[in-house]
Design a protein around this ligand. Structure first.
Ligand code: ADP
Ligand code: MG
Ligand code: MG
Ligand code: MG
Ligand code: MG
Length: 437
């Protein structure tokens, strides 16, 4: 580790780096940061940088408020949109107590535990998120409006598609920050876009997603636009999802590869575990009252089913082969905390493997066109945040993954959010608040 630290310190000297953003997420997945000068970086590596954890939603109480940020030297990235001289770099941090033990509520720590559990069982988990977002116009005061940047649809070209320059700049910035962009396109909704980047190990995938969101926001802003990751910003248009593509490698072999019969059964148990626990973890994958307007419409799932064939299902198995074999979980949305979401998904799958769960038969219906008769025995996802929270509260599985304090704080806060939404005479006001996500 100390070699990597020395490399980072050398890099900052050689590249005229003046400021370091120490970055982390609160339990709701909002990125937070503190900026230090490069002279302070050696101290940050050695002793950590303290912060008032009681001031952040869901972390600590006032009685025990001191936590420390320890930069992870493997996460160094230049922020390409900041000045060339006196450069700004970003490092993700691990959060620790004053005695240097990990803070249990740190999402990176929770995800690292899930990754270790998979490793201990002999698996390396790979994740590739696909993130959708809307581009909206700003008003004369610079505040976001609900006017989409264009009125193009799926895969459209310019000049209908007015997002191509923004997407190109996002891809260039991703590349400069060490994230490999794979493809980008206009999505179904007006002003809606998708950019996919290459899959990686689970921790990098979560870090990359946080980086991706800040790149999108910054580039959009430079173009005089507002990027929204809200799951359903326009009620009668396509919602924004975060499809989570997952595979597991054992001794270098992808067990989602159907050709290898012996190990594919384990992949099926992994999927069965996710289907078994999905309703208990939905409050974390779909964290906003607004999330539930998305589920069930425009290719977003509602029922707890899987299929190889169509996009109305919760789990789709794409036709890709070999190392690209994977499952795609289609319910999560971009407002989730990806560290906590991935940790819960991985644990759910591993639980399926441990208990040798059998995968149910595929559901080869188009669930949007199916009749009431065909649908009546199919279990569905929670249909609102309150029901999702109730499932989480009753879940021993969730208790086995999330520390009690984090779980309680998350649920209490989200309960309040749901109450506020329920009793608001003008739901738009609440929606507007969420709109800034
Ligand atoms: P879709 O057909 O659902 O639109 P995309 O091609 O847009 O799929 O995105 C697929 C995502 O899956 C990409 O992020 C890609 O890197 C990722 N991916 C490819 N192979 C794997 C794998 N073995 N494990 C996890 N993710 C993968
Ligand atoms: Mg895609
Ligand atoms: Mg899409
Ligand atoms: Mg797609
Ligand atoms: Mg997809």
């Amino acid at each position: 580790m100390s070699n990597i630290i020395n490399d980072v310190l050398d890099f900052t000297k050689e590249n005229d780096v003046k400021f370091i953003k120490l970055s982390f997420c609160d339990i709701f997945g909002s990125q937070k940061n503190i900026c230090i000068t490069s002279e302070e970086l050696p101290r940050a590596f050695k002793h950590g940088i303290s912060f008032d954890a009681s001031a952040l939603k869901g972390f600590m109480n006032v009685e025990e408020s001191d936590l420390f940020l320890f930069p992870d030297p493997t996460t160094l990235s230049i922020l390409p949109w900041r000045p060339e001289q006196g450069r700004v770099v970003r490092l993700f941090c691990d959060i620790k107590h004053p005695d240097k033990t990990p803070f249990e509520g740190d999402g990176r720590h929770i995800l690292k535990k899930a990754i270790k559990k998979a490793n201990d069982m002999g698996y390396v988990c790979k994740i590739g998120p696909e993130c959708e977002f809307y581009l909206f116009e700003l008003n004369e005061k610079g505040y976001p409006t609900k006017i989409p940047h264009d009125f193009a649809g799926y895969f459209d070209l310019g000049p209908f598609d007015r997002g191509e320059n923004v997407r190109r700049e996002i891809c260039v910035a991703l590349d400069e920050m060490g994230i490999i962009p794979e493809s980008s396109h206009h999505e179904q909704g007006p002003g809606q876009n998708e950019i996919d980047f290459k899959y990686s190990n689970a921790l990098d995938a979560a870090d990359n997603l946080i980086t991706f969101k800040s790149i999108v926001k910054s580039v959009a802003n430079r173009h005089g636009l507002f990027a929204s990751f809200m799951p359903k910003p326009i009620l009668d248009k396509s919602g924004s999802g975060l499809h989570v593509n997952i595979s597991l490698f054992k001794n270098g072999i992808n067990i989602f590869d159907k050709e290898i019969k012996e190990s594919y059964g384990i992949a099926q148990s992994f999927m069965a575990g996710i289907l078994a626990h999905i309703d208990e973890i939905t409050a974390f994958l779909n964290p906003l009252t607004n999330s539930y307007y998305r589920l069930g419409y425009f290719e977003a799932p509602k029922y707890i089913t899987w299929s190889c064939q169509n996009r109305s299902q919760l789990i789709r198995i794409p036709a890709a082969k070999g190392i690209y074999s994977r499952m795609e979980l289609r319910s999560p949305d971009p407002c989730c905390n990806p560290y906590i979401a991935f940790a819960l998904i991985i644990n759910a799958g591993l639980d399926g493997i441990k208990n040798n769960l059998k995968l149910t038969n595929p559901c080869n219906l188009n669930l949007y066109a199916a009749s009431f008769e065909e649908l009546k025995d199919i279990a569905s996802l929670p249909t609102n945040l309150r029901d999702a929270l109730q499932k989480a509260k009753e879940s021993n599985f969730v208790k086995s993954v999330l520390p009690p304090n984090t779980l309680k704080k998350y649920i209490d806060y989200k309960d309040q959010e749901f109450e506020a939404y329920l009793y608001a005479s003008n739901k738009e006001t609440i929606e507007e608040k969420l709109y800034f996500q």
